[in-house]
Write a protein that binds this ligand. Structure first.
Ligand code: NI
Length: 185
């Protein structure tokens, strides 16, 4: 089942998401639906709040970064209750987009490396470091669990220039190729 994508302007994207209890019922099905939704929407990652659920989980398929970083070829991971332990490395700029902000792409500067503790879909605990494209996408998705969006990092001027586009999105006045949920204020 595909979830409709929640858009900028919806309060769920501004809330801190809740920890998931181990072996919660229906979690496997939610994960499966998140993958289906993400691939159908052509996303690289999807966080649960974007699928209408205020819980701490995101999924990432980083294989689109394999042209530049071949080790990403099989990068397909579920992150449950992730916790950032440390951000490190030089900051670099990447042009980011987000399924919750259709038609907006902006340069965002973030640290290169993130050290993360998380559970996978089998509730095995991991502590790992991710850099480059994977580190970037993880930081973007993690932000969704904290109620942060990539536009929050833009300068006041850039934000002003985007204002009418943002207002359109918040009114549900956009037509991406995937199903959306009109924002609940
Ligand atoms: Ni996003």
């Amino acid at each position: 089942m595909k979830y409709p994508i929640t858009l900028y302007g919806d309060i769920i994207l501004r809330k801190k998401a809740k920890e998931i209890e181990k072996d919660s019922e229906g979690l496997n099905e939610i994960i499966e639906n998140m993958w289906e939704t993400m691939y159908y929407a052509d996303g690289v990652g999807l966080a649960a709040p974007q699928a209408g659920m205020p819980i701490r989980m995101f999924v990432i398929d980083g294989s689109s970064g394999a042209d530049e970083e071949p080790e990403l070829k099989d990068f397909k991971k579920v992150f449950i209750n992730p916790e950032i332990i440390e951000l490190s490395g030089d900051k670099w700029v990447m042009n980011e987009g987000c399924l919750s902000l259709p038609e907006i792409r902006e340069d965002v500067s973030r640290p290169d490396t993130v050290r993360l503790r998380y559970f996978d879909e089998n509730w095995e605990e991991h502590e790992e470091e991710f850099s480059g494209f994977a580190g970037r996408v993880i930081q973007h998705e993690y932000d969704h669990l904290e109620g942060t969006l990539f536009i929050d990092y833009l300068s006041p001027l850039r934000k002003r220039l985007l204002k009418s586009k943002l207002n359109d999105i918040a009114r549900g006045n956009v037509r991406p190729h995937y199903k959306i949920k009109v924002p609940v204020k």
